[in-house]
Design a protein around this ligand. Structure first.
Ligand code: ADP
Ligand code: MG
Length: 248
């Protein structure tokens, strides 16, 4: 699956002032890509992920899923497509407090047309739970978990429907380095075997060093994209230099 943004801008109105969180962004995610978006706080990374995943609507410009223009679709169709194709790992987890670890991860499999409770689905959920190291926490609720454990539930939940594209906002921010490494392996395996594409906003050097491309954003504009040689009046830099820069 391919997601494409064409001349996308996003403006937030705050009373008298306007914030231009995205400013004429052209950006594409192709099948099986593993991309990091790097940029300072407030540069528009989260807004970009939300627009890519149709959680937010651009003020100007268009979003395409496989050349299908999203604004032409009905709300229901858009929600179906998002649930089927996109997995989100949110910065703030967004777990359901009254559900257990297992039930939180299972939830996306019960939405939409699938409604499967097959043995295959149960086995896949249990596989994910052990892949993120939570086999001893299956029946716990989010308030009985640490921040890092909640983040791991959110990661497993994003993967459960085997979406074509995963959008992840600082996915390893709350994890110790061993767990972070374990999860990175799981994500790479999906990238390799299922051709899942990944877009990360992260400062995690381990993730960045595994990414095929590091795209840089500043003040809502893409200032460099090694895939398109896009560079906003800046001298073009080797990717290695960009990686070092992105970790600051
Ligand atoms: P980042 O993830 O890179 O830190 P964001 O995408 O969260 O940046 O924010 C980009 C800009 O848009 C910031 O100036 C932020 O304050 C503003 N912004 C983000 N979301 C909202 C919102 N819901 N309402 C108003 N302003 C917002
Ligand atoms: Mg953010």
């Amino acid at each position: 699956m391919k997601i494409r943004l064409e001349n996308v801008s996003k403006e937030y109105n705050l009373g008298k002032t306007k914030v231009r969180a995205l400013d004429n962004v052209n950006f594409q995610v192709d099948e099986q890509e593993f991309i990091t978006i790097a940029g300072p706080s407030g540069s528009g990374k989260t807004t970009l992920l939300n627009v890519l995943g149709c959680l937010d609507t651009p003020s100007e410009g268009s979003v395409y899923f496989d050349d299908k223009k999203i604004s032409d679709l009905s709300l229901a169709k858009k929600a179906d497509l998002r649930n089927e194709k996109i997995g989100f790992i949110f910065q703030s987890f967004n777990l359901i407090p009254v559900l257990s670890v297992y039930e939180n991860i299972e939830l996306p499999t019960l939405i939409g047309h699938k409604k499967t409770k097959s043995k295959e689905t149960r086995d896949w959920i249990m596989h994910l739970i052990s892949a993120v190291g939570l086999e001893n926490r299956v029946k716990h609720r989010p308030d009985e978990l640490s921040g890092g454990q909640r983040q791991r539930v959110a990661i497993a939940r994003a993967l459960v429907n085997k979406p074509a594209c995963i959008l992840a906002d600082e996915p390893t921010a709350n994890l110790d380095s061993d767990t972070s490494f374990m999860i990175l392996e799981l994500l790479q395996q999906l990238n390799r075997d299922e051709k899942t594409s990944f877009v990360f906003c992260t400062h995690d050097v381990d993730i960045i060093s595994q990414c095929s491309s590091v795209v840089r954003i500043k003040d809502g504009q893409i200032v460099s994209d090694p895939r398109t040689q896009q560079s906003n009046g800046q001298p073009s830099v080797k990717e290695g230099v960009i990686i070092a820069d992105a970790t600051v």
